[in-house]
Design a protein around this ligand. Structure first.
Ligand code: WTA
Length: 695
């Protein structure tokens, strides 16, 4: 019953794959080093040249490394960890864990007792190794022609100045700092400045509304909020500071007052003289930060000290504060970045994600910088001024690794190949995808058109909670299958379980769980360890439950099939249906709401809301707009429903539970698959809903 239409679609597409028998022998052939017929239509092989230079260049090499990581995790990970600087080494155990709720409190620790600093490892270590002059960040503004760059040495100085300022205003180890910034260089600078002094950053995506920001501030009670006055996104100017102002006013009403709002003047979007200002509380970044020393001693922290909080959506209304700690996260993001993208020091890397999401934390900021990589940070919108912008940027900076989301691939695919083919893109060598399942046709377009059939695609499956990649191709090792995230990363043991939590072997589909911990795993939900256990470790005792469905084919490839809980994935953004519902019911004319995800051509999933109005209120276009606006204001524009479906009543069981399965079928117009509706308290609501489908 938890299997969604999304899931079925994938199972169907799997069923169309040619029978597995032949493929297995082919894979054996690869392992044995024999040549293969590359016309196998569901296997896409890395070129021999690519494999020859790859960090992991054959299935056999992958197998050996993987085997070691599972059989001897302590040895495997301590070897990797030794590449970093630790003030003191862990002692004596590399890790300890209990992820089995039946055996007591869930607890995961990696490198406990060791002390280190992630900012030191990302910046100072690279400068000391002689890479101070290497570009750390290329910044590309919203408007073509607007750009900047920082070398590792310069980035370190900027970070130190901000660290010193933060210390000066009283921010210390363990204190929370909320960062609400767009993709300026100041965003990674602010993250690193916090981690340098042991402060815990909580970045809030700058597309979230004042209410959502307030909710997050109330939860973690930061000493400082860091923002900027405004940002240009495409043709629009967004007044971020005003959003922060109203969030802070809201928080003050609830008894949480933040004494300092450090505001970066983003001149290209807005002049400071027209920015609304609250003396004493508000301080211009440019007025204070540059006055501080560009050297700042590092705060050494325990490997298990918190690094950051990042709120994400769950199946209830309240966002969850996912907490990551320092040592394991550092080792894991660095290692996954290096292997999944076959990173080499000469690469120029661009990830289109915003630092407001986990992808921006692990794979814009920490993972790449820990590897000493050159990273492109892009402020703007990918189709502004036109749909060729991404490839213009790729050519401008000679980007060699390009990492993005399927929704962008699909939207650019719709805009036409000309926008791509008029740019050279010859610097590209590895492509990456994240955030939602990539459908095979988008995969093929990405591969053939964007990558000129040369660049392997790393379809990386992971989550805010996992910190880093969990199931991902290692380009150069195995042949790929369009739409499959392939195999687990080192140290990761995925299992597929049935409804009862029994592991299923071989070719199968079910719920994706993970056995054992990995260094990048989140350690708790901030302030709510019980919810951590209930959500992730109780559904299938003995395992971490991902919330995703997954199939495994005969060759052992993994096919992620989407969420099996009440979380939907819109353009790669995780949104809880309950959050949207609670925004809708806060509208005075809305009596009840039920939200489901529907397939959407570009966004992957769209938000489809069934709304019951207060008695006597007539349906109107105006009301529809006002409901959508309520969601935009309460959560953010990215959560606006695509469709409001008027509902005189909702299909409920006799015990009052809304049957979402039926709503999903109505939303996706699969009316012949409604199934048994006789258990409903009032089966006639279904016909009423169908009748109102096109209103
Ligand atoms: C989905 C984003 C299929 C999945 C990193 C997961 C994916 C949720 C993939 C986490 C992928 C992410 N293939 N599905 N390559 N990557 N997902 O926390 O449903 O924003 O549970 O982390 O996105 O979303 P989150």
């Amino acid at each position: 019953s938890l299997v969604t239409s999304h899931h079925l679609r994938h199972v169907e597409s799997m069923a169309r794959l040619p029978s597995g028998a032949g493929k297995i022998s082919h894979l054996n052939a690869i392992i044995l080093g024999e040549s293969l017929a590359s016309e196998e239509n569901d296997l896409v092989f890395p070129s021999p040249e690519f494999s020859a230079q790859a960090l992991v260049s054959s299935p056999e090499q992958h197998r050996q490394m993987y085997k070691r990581s599972i059989e001897d995790p302590a040895g495997f990970w301590s070897e990797i960890a030794s590449q970093f600087y630790w003030k003191e080494k862990w002692d004596p155990e590399v890790y300890s864990e209990n992820i089995d709720v039946r055996k007591g409190t869930v607890k995961i620790e990696w490198f406990k007792g060791a002390t280190t600093n992630i900012c030191y490892n990302a910046l100072d270590r690279n400068v000391e190794a002689g890479n101070g002059k290497k570009v750390a960040i290329y910044w590309e503004g919203n408007e073509p022609g607007q750009d900047g760059q920082l070398t590792y040495a310069q980035l370190l100085e900027k970070v130190c100045q901000l660290s010193n300022y933060l210390k000066h205003v009283g921010v210390g180890k363990g204190d929370a700092v909320v960062i609400y910034l767009p993709m300026l260089m100041e965003l990674p600078i602010a993250m690193l400045a916090c981690s340098r002094i042991g402060a815990v950053h909580s970045v809030v995506f700058a597309g979230f509304s004042a209410e959502s920001l307030a909710q997050r501030i109330l939860d973690c009670k930061p000493k400082v909020v860091i923002t900027c006055n405004a940002v240009r996104r495409g043709p629009k100017v967004i007044h971020l500071k005003e959003i922060v102002d109203s969030a802070l006013t809201e928080c003050a009403k609830c008894g949480v007052s933040v004494g300092l709002c450090l505001t970066y003047e983003n001149q290209s979007a807005m002049e400071r003289k027209v920015t609304k200002w609250q003396e004493r509380r508000d301080v211009w970044w440019q007025d204070v930060v540059p006055k501080f020393s560009s050297k700042c001693a590092v705060q050494w922290v325990d490997a298990e000290d918190p690094l950051f909080l990042l709120y994400t959506s769950g199946s209830t209304g309240k966002p969850k504060g996912v907490l990551h700690t320092t040592g394991g996260y550092m080792v894991y993001t660095a290692m996954t970045f290096k292997y999944a993208f076959d990173y080499k020091p000469s690469d120029i890397y661009w990830c289109t994600a915003d630092c407001g999401w986990i992808t921006g934390h692990s794979y814009v900021t920490y993972g790449p910088l820990l590897n000493g990589a050159t990273v492109v940070v892009f402020e703007g919108a990918p189709s502004y001024p036109d749909s060729g912008r991404c490839w213009e940027i790729v050519d401008k900076y000679k980007v060699s690794i390009f990492y993005t989301a399927p929704t962008l691939v699909r939207s650019l695919m719709r805009d036409g190949d000309e926008y791509v083919t008029c740019y050279s893109r010859k610097s590209l060598r590895v492509l990456g995808s994240v955030g939602e399942p990539i459908n095979p046709s988008a995969w093929r377009w990405f591969f053939n058109v964007v990558g000129d059939s040369r660049c392997p695609i790393s379809d990386t499956w992971w989550q805010t909670e996992t910190g880093g990649f969990m199931i991902t191709p290692l380009p150069g090792a195995w042949p790929q299958k369009p739409g499959s995230a392939t195999f687990p990363f080192f140290g990761v043991q995925p299992v597929i379980v049935d409804e009862k939590g029994n592991e299923i072997e071989g070719e199968c589909s079910g719920y994706l769980c993970i056995k054992k911990s990995w260094p990048g795993a989140f350690r708790t939900l901030y302030g709510d360890h019980e919810r951590y256990e209930t959500t992730y470790f109780k559904p299938f005792p003995g395992y971490y439950f991902t919330g995703d469905g997954c199939s495994r084919d005969k060759d052992g490839y993994h096919w992620l099939t989407g969420r099996v809980d009440d979380v939907i994935n819109v353009s790669g953004h995780r949104i809880g249906t309950a959050e949207v519902e609670s925004a809708l019911v806060s509208h005075p004319q809305c009596a009840e709401a039920a939200v489901v995800g529907v397939e959407h051509e570009v966004k992957g999933q769209g938000i489809y809301a069934f709304v019951t109005l207060v008695d006597g209120v007539p349906y109107s276009e105006e009301l529809r707009k006002s409901l959508v606006l309520t969601v935009r204001n309460q959560i953010g524009a990215f959560a606006a429903p695509d469709k409001i479906h008027w509902a005189p009543g909702l299909p409920k069981t006799r015990s009052g539970k809304i049957m979402r399965r039926i709503l999903r079928k109505i939303a996706s117009r699969q009316l012949d698959e409604l199934g048994d509706t006789s258990t409903l308290a009032d089966p006639s609501v279904v016909d009423q809903l169908i009748a109102l489908s096109d209103c």
